[in-house]
Design a protein around this ligand. Sequence first.
Ligand code: ZN
Length: 203
Amino acid sequence: MKIFCIGRNYAAHAKELNNDIPDEPLVFCKPHSAVLKNGKPFFHPDFSNNVHHEVELVLRICRNGKHIEERFAHKYYDRITVGLDLTARDIQDRLKAKGHPWEIAKGFDGSAPLGDFISLDEIDDVNNIEFSLVRNGEIAQQGNTKDLLFNFDKLISYISKYFILHQGDYIFTGTPKGVSKLNIGDRLEAFIGDKKLLQTKVL
Ligand code: ZN
């Protein structure tokens, strides 16, 4: 199973971190060991003082494919949820400044909490999905797929040029604005519309 993630896929988020808006999708991977499921707690790593939450919609790939054309891409995912692309921002900034890969800032253990998947049949329009992150009872991030720079079909087509997609792979599709530092004790809940699909606690 592979986990693909997309950086800077919402313009307002790219801007809040002073990044340029990309002209093609920015793809990176997390290892399988990053996944945290079933409401398990996230143990804050001691190597970072600035782990950020990034709430993202996550697609589950339902069939194998390579070189998938955009017009057929919708046939390659059938389930969706919300996930968190937890990011050690202090480490990422240091690595970015040197032009180094950022795996240790993005792919460490537990850095990919995943919600419960729902069928796409429950979604009216994939280009108008509201999702949000609530931290300690208050809205921390809100997004809508209408603001995506590269929509789901474009992402699947682009990724499959370089990597064969397998049934069971995940794609984290990018975070909207509002990322910020997690604190020990935080309670996190993430939603698609008003459906709560993910919860975890920072310990
Ligand atoms: Zn992200």
